[in-house]
Design a binder for this molecule. Sequence first.
Ligand code: PAF
Length: 281
Amino acid sequence: MEIISKVADLQQKIAEVRASGGRVGLVPTMGALHEGHLQLVRRCVAENDCCVVSIFVNPTQFNDKNDLLHYPRTLEADCELLRTAGCTVAFAPSVEEMYPEEDTRVFDLGPVAEVMEGRYRPGHFNGVAQIVSKLFWAATPDRAYFGEKDFQQIAVIRSMARLIDSPVEIVDCPIVREADGLALSSRNRRLTPEQRKNAVNISATLFKSRTFAGNHTVAETLAFVTDTINAVEGLEVEYYEIVDGRTLLPVSDWGQTDYIVGCVTVYCGEVRLIDNVIYCR
Ligand code: PAF
């Protein structure tokens, strides 16, 4: 595996792959890799001739500077994991390399970027669109792989790709969970043992809500999830929304569409965790 830090060197490498007719896959990450990322990487390796994994903690998508400061950075361990997963290139640029000058682009991402995370993290998705568009330009992948834990992010990236006429195929991959159900996240490593114990109630409640939804209304299911999680000491729901899986707009009736997802954000102490559950697809 090569470790590359310059865009020009990455482009040179990709040109070599293309010259021999190879296909390129990209897995964008912010590092602190876990099994969730590695499943994306393994799929990317299996489906492409060259698998590029970017490791870049993107400052423009952090609306909370404290979160940016505390974001785990574990480059050496990440590269070791990538090597064993069969990755071809780890692309780990500096902030100056990705942003030689301020990125002032404002993407008109539409309603999918305005609801849920868009409301609570203003500017976040514009920052995601900025960096992912730069990565698409730098790596020119045929396919890019994203995890469904960040359900809304995938919709936003599809919207960004349409805006810039990108031919990149966006591949979404299922959430990877711990044995007890907690969705894998780089943020989990910031949980104390006590918080980790509490956090399992997030996924457990989402799973229970699928059965609950069978004989309750959308409004009752919303209340069930919010109240059950909030009843756990140390957990506080920021929002729980039940939305159309394509438009991300709230649904009020289970019969309204054939693709319905519940998206939750919960504070576990200072750590902000997200998860989602699919009611129908
Ligand atoms: O999901 C993430 O880790 C980030 O938002 C991404 C897509 C790598 C962009 O920085």
